[in-house]
Design a protein around this ligand. Structure first.
Ligand code: GLC
Length: 673
């Protein structure tokens, strides 16, 4: 309902109110009452956050008692965003991410509101300029979205439940495409693997410890002086040799590529970029310079197609060597000599604009370029990982949550952070397992691998100078626990892959907060420490140092303890024994879950046997099978199996689609029997 004075209210067709304009004015709160700004600045604090923001517009909406908020992409803190404020400005901040952080590396201005009465809607504020979202922190009567610049351009989505709202949002901005199967395997990374010897040592130790490993990441160390699209032969050997060796052991290499291109005469990438005018310039037309890892660097203008094509083609040297994927980093863009000024000249295709408008989509456009290069040159489903991005980047790239630390509260943040990314369209997401900064502990690493066992991106990564973090560096107990959960991941690979396959149509994520499927259960609106994998598995990882028991909330229905097979009725809290080797997991009644034999890497053996893990109760399940690599499935080369059970353990199989070699054997096992 649009009123004469531009007040806009949203209702359902039956008149139920959803989102209404706030009739009053913002009560701008006293920012600093206990100290003057001068005193704060004198003490060395950054006062920029306190300064009055120059806003072009603000959209102030009524906040109803009982409104809860989810989504917003990649923000720190808790699942429910109510009572917090956020900023959409891709930021690389070195401090430990806490719940008071307003911004991290990504800007995804999508908000889902779940009202007390169960009504649900989503809003996507499509503006790439710096913007702010305040969800009742300033005043409990309203919430607002405000932007410094840009058009007021927002989409309102209504659904009968959160699943429908996520479906609408991903219908609009795109769903995550089906990845290659091996990219769902276990991955090891570290900043500071200095040489080919280091990489070989890591791979060999994984194989010796019998811990599955599919991917190893090469951080900036592999390049010649951090120059992108070069290879540091001195330490990393002849191009191609290292890759051939590790690929022979089943491990696929992924290389990091940052946008900052070293400013250096005679460096072919920089020379070409300068000559053809591919880099952003200052307002006077001089190529803009700021520092990143290689020192003074230039920044490609990814908003232009010709620059994206150039960047895409530059990947050929790595593709020819056999790279398995590309990891894009520092693409907020990060810059060591202060932020790029707002007036640095960028293009949005043919339109001249500036940094203020393109900052939040810089990572998006970089990953789009990378995705295009990999797709065109390999014909496989591209594996791109990015740190910075915007709404919709899920079409091109996987994301990780950047530089977390080996801290227990960062382990606790894994669940809400990945669940909100999932609600915001980013199914393929993960955290640095074990923590990036600071030193992990044996216990923290064990609990992290358990919490991350179902996180779509499954990568252990650590910062240079921190304690070695590969599981086999620790004592036997740690090695055994890591192996146990990494093996479990490989067992459940077909289930995770099915969720990706289905998510390509529905937009639903792999890791889901309980509120997505149980919106009318008040117990789950603020449940930060449990998640669902699809609809059938509930995981309640131990996230507290020293804990050996944990309280688990099971929503309505009947559940089966994964470890004991014990039947537990839902809608209650239970206390579960969870010694260091146990991550509490429950499987819903009537589940049929596909599992594979554990391998050391995807492709070690053909997956020609399927085992169904079944729980008592009636149920139905659709399973997808294809070559796990390319686009043949889009031309019909796949199988779809429908399994049905009436509950007594007997399962029937029906082929819904058959155009790929079928399994030689399908067996089933009842959980706990
Ligand atoms: C950034 C990345 C981190 C990487 C490091 C060195 O801090 O977030 O993952 O290891 O740069 O490239």
């Amino acid at each position: 309902r649009i009123m004469d004075n531009f007040v806009v209210d949203f209702f359902k067709a039956d008149g139920t109110p959803l989102m209404k304009d706030y009739r009053g004015k913002r009560t701008t709160k006293e920012k600093v009452s206990w100290m003057s700004l001068e005193m704060l600045e004198a003490e060395g604090h950054d006062i920029s956050a306190y300064l009055e923001k120059q806003l072009r517009y603000e959209l102030i909406k009524e906040l109803d008692e009982g409104d809860d908020f989810y989504g917003l992409g990649d923000k720190s803190g808790f699942l429910n965003k109510k009572h917090y404020e956020y900023e959409n400005w891709n930021s690389d901040l070195p401090q430990a991410h806490n719940e008071d952080f307003h911004a991290l590396y990504k800007s995804v201005p999508f908000l889902m509101c779940l009202k007390k009465n169960g009504e649900c809607y989503g809003v996507f504020y499509d503006n790439t300029f710096r913007s702010f979202i305040n969800l009742g922190k300033e005043n409990e009567e309203y919430f607002f979205y405000a932007a410094e610049e840009g058009n007021l351009d927002f989409y309102f989505m209504v659904g009968e439940n959160p699943v429908e709202v996520v479906g609408s949002y991903t219908y609009l901005t795109g769903t995550t495409p089906l990845p290659q199967l091996f990219t769902l395997g276990y991955q090891q990374s570290r900043w500071g693997y200095e040489s080919a010897d280091d990489i070989n040592f890591i791979v060999d130790n994984y194989r010796a410890a019998n811990i599955p490993l599919d991917i190893i990441h090469l951080d900036i160390d592999y390049m010649d002086n951090f120059k992108v699209f070069t290879w540091g032969e001195e330490k990393y050997g002849k191009p191609g040799e290292l890759f051939d060796r590790i690929k022979g052991l089943g491990v696929k290499p992924v290389c990091i590529i940052d946008p900052g291109t070293k400013k250096e005469d005679g460096y072919h990438i920089d020379d070409e970029g300068v000559e053809k005018g591919y880099f952003v310039t200052d307002k006077d037309g001089e190529v803009y310079v700021n520092a990143v890892w290689p020192g003074d660097s230039h920044f490609p203008d990814f908003g232009r197609k010709e620059v994206r094509d150039w960047w895409a083609n530059n990947h050929k040297v790595l593709i020819d060597m056999g790279v398995g994927g590309i990891w894009n980093d520092m693409n907020e863009p990060a810059s060591f000599h202060g932020e790029l000024p707002s007036d640095v000249v960028f293009y949005d295709e043919d339109r001249k604009t500036n940094h203020a408008e393109m900052h939040n989509v810089y990572g998006h456009l970089m990953s789009k370029a990378t995705y295009t290069g990999l797709k065109e040159q390999t014909g496989k489903r591209p594996f791109v990982i990015t740190r910075a991005c915007y709404a919709g980047s899920q079409k091109y790239t996987t994301v990780w949550t950047g530089d977390n630390q080996s801290l227990w509260h960062h382990l606790q943040m894994v669940v809400p952070q990945l669940c909100n990314l999932g609600i915001s369209g980013f199914t393929f997401c993960g955290t640095d397992i074990g923590g990036f900064g600071a030193d992990t502990t044996p216990e923290l690493l064990c609990r992290w691998i358990q919490a991350a066992m179902f996180s779509p991106l499954f990568r252990n990564h650590a910062a240079k100078g921190t304690k070695d973090q590969e599981p086999w560096r620790f004592n036997k107990e740690v090695v055994d626990i890591n192996r146990k959960y990494i093996e479990l991941r490989y067992k459940f690979l077909p289930y995770i892959y099915d969720l990706f396959y289905k998510g390509e149509t529905t937009g639903l994520p792999v890791m889901r907060p309980l509120v997505l499927h149980y919106p009318n259960d008040p117990e789950v609106r603020n449940l930060n420490s449990e998640f669902l994998v699809g609809e059938n598995i509930l995981v309640a990882p131990v996230l507290e140092q020293g804990a050996t028991k944990r309280m688990v909330y099971l929503p309505e229905g009947t559940w089966y303890d994964y470890w004991t097979g014990e039947k537990v009725e839902g809608k209650q809290y239970i206390l579960k024994d969870a010694p260091i080797d146990v991550c509490p997991m429950y499987v819903k009644a009537g589940s049929i879950i596909p599992t594979y034999e554990v391998v050391q890497y995807v492709g070690e053996k053909p997956y020609n046997k399927l085992e169904l893990l079944v729980t008592p109760g009636a149920g139905e399940y659709t399973h997808f099978q294809d070559n796990g690599e390319d686009y043949a499935y889009q031309n019909g080369e796949y199988n779809l199996y429908r399994f049905t059970t009436k509950g007594a353990g007997e399962i029937t199989k029906e082929m819904i689609h058959e155009a790929y070699p079928v399994y030689e054997e399908i067996t089933s096992v009842v959980l706990g029997k």
